[in-house]
Design a protein around this ligand. Structure first.
Ligand code: FES
Ligand SMILES: [Fe+2]
Length: 447
């Protein structure tokens, strides 16, 4: 055990309100504690229900560093199980996705389990008679995670058996999921194909922080977005020429500081927040023919307009995802080590919406988030340089002070200037809270 385990005071000392200690990004013990405490006590996104539409469909992923299986049980509900055999620990599924039929079967000794995890059968069962097996944990079958919630198709879980409720954890922040789903005339989303996967040799929190870092696009993306804008301008097209679709996506990254200041950032308790309160880089996309008519047909004019007028840019659901409602996208940040993070970028289809929208989302994903993108690797370069720079012993603290106010209170929703780093501080406030909540319980119980 290192100096941080079971030491809530040492964890708290890593966040000073406007600065954070470099250990939160580079220390492998902190990473392990994040998995054991933060990712276990918070509600973490698992997958979308459309990834497991039929009974027996499963999808395997990780919650923190825990291998889990999202599976559609015979009663139609989505369950989340630990991907581990209760016999000798073998991972039950190794495929990313598939259909297991009515039960899972362990490949080692053929114990089998219903799709809610209950033990179904063991070969040569008589070998366990009079052994006390009936009272063992193994008899209970594959273990389910603490709690699961399907919110409008988005599957979240809390690994810990007890803890904060789903409603208390997310509160008003669910409005961003609502808006993304409401953009479908049918009120439903579907994942459109497998995600783009992109390995980052940096800490997972650098990615999460960058989702609301509005002072970097015009700098870090100048070589890509700036070049594209320059080339377009050199073409000297007649006034009013519509931007080609790719330019429509990339040009707003070069917007001036004022644009980002005015867009606004909203923060919610427990580390959630979003950019683009008043407008965003998605505000001026061209309209897709027929879409508004469908929306008006589904919701009436007033509500349809209200749904589409919302242009939230990046909404962070702390700790592990970001969604973009107006361009139907979700990114999952999967922490693999203190300096290694896998990012999966999914595109979503609006059920009953125009396919042209899905095509635009796919183009956005390829241009901005793919390993072959022209924007995502600018960010990657910055994260990896930061990860390297933090090895320097020249300074120990990282500054997140822009528009800081003393004694900030994160227990209330707040809207501020879009260049504030308040959302990063909000995340660290939640980070401390969930890193220490069960350590505190242990201490209290011991006292
Ligand atoms: S390890 Fe799974 S059945 Fe033995
Ligand atoms: Fe960026």
């Amino acid at each position: 055990m290192g100096r941080y385990a079971d030491n809530p005071a040492a964890i708290r000392a890593l966040f000073r309100g406007n600065e954070v200690h470099r250990d939160v990004y580079v220390d492998q013990e902190i990473y392990r504690l994040e998995m054991r405490h933060l990712f276990a006590n918070a509600w973490v996104f698992v997958g979308h229900e459309s990834q497991t539409p039929n009974k027996g469909d499963y999808f395997s992923t990780q919650v923190g560093d825990q291998p889990v299986i999202q599976v559609r049980h015979s009663d139609g509900e989505v369950h989340v199980l630990h991907n581990r055999c209760p016999h000798k620990g073998t991972k039950i599924v190794i495929d990313r996705a598939g259909n297991t039929g009515k039960f899972f079967r362990c490949p080692y000794h053929a114990w089998s389990f219903k799709t809610d995890g209950c033990l179904l059968a063991i070969p040569l069962k008589k070998g366990y008679e009079n052994t006390g097996f009936e009272n063992s944990d193994s008899k209970k079958g594959m273990r389910a995670v603490g709690e699961v919630r399907n919110y409008r198709g988005f599957i979240f879980c809390r690994l810990a058996e007890i803890g904060i409720s789903f409603e208390d954890f997310f509160g008003e922040s669910l409005s961003s999921i609502d808006n993304m789903v409401d953009r479908s005339p049918a009120g439903r989303l579907e994942v459109a194909g497998p995600p783009l996967r992109y390995m980052h040799h940096c800490n997972w929190k650098m990615l999460v922080e960058n989702q609301t870092d509005t002072c970097h696009p015009m700098v870090a993306h100048e070589s890509s977005a700036g070049t594209a804008v320059k080339l377009w301008e050199e073409l000297d097209m007649p006034e009013g020429t519509p931007l080609p679709p790719a330019m429509e996506i990339i040009a707003p990254f070069m917007s001036p500081y004022e644009f980002f200041e005015n867009m606004g950032i909203r923060t919610w308790p427990n580390g959630h927040g979003h950019t683009g309160v008043h407008h965003s880089i998605h505000s001026n996309y061209s309209t897709i023919p027929g879409y508004m008519d469908k929306m008006v047909g589904a919701y009436g004019e007033e509500k349809a307009k209200a749904i589409l007028d919302e242009n939230r840019h990046n909404t962070v659901y702390f700790p592990n995802i970001m969604i973009k409602g107006p361009i139907q996208q979700l990114r999952v940040f999967i922490p693999l080590a203190a300096d290694k993070t896998l990012v999966e970028s999914y595109i979503y289809r609006l059920v009953d919406g125009p396919e042209q929208l899905t095509a635009r989302t796919a183009m956005y994903n390829r241009m901005i988030n793919a390993p072959t993108s022209i924007v995502g690797h600018d960010d990657l370069e910055m994260y990896e340089r930061a990860q390297e720079g933090l090895q320097s012993d020249g300074m120990e603290w990282v500054n997140i002070q822009r528009l800081y106010e003393e004694d900030e209170d994160f227990s209330e929703e707040k809207v501020e200037n879009g260049t504030t780093e308040r959302q990063m501080r909000n995340q660290f406030d939640a980070w401390v809270k969930f890193m220490t909540c069960d350590m505190d319980d242990v201490r209290e119980a011991a006292e």
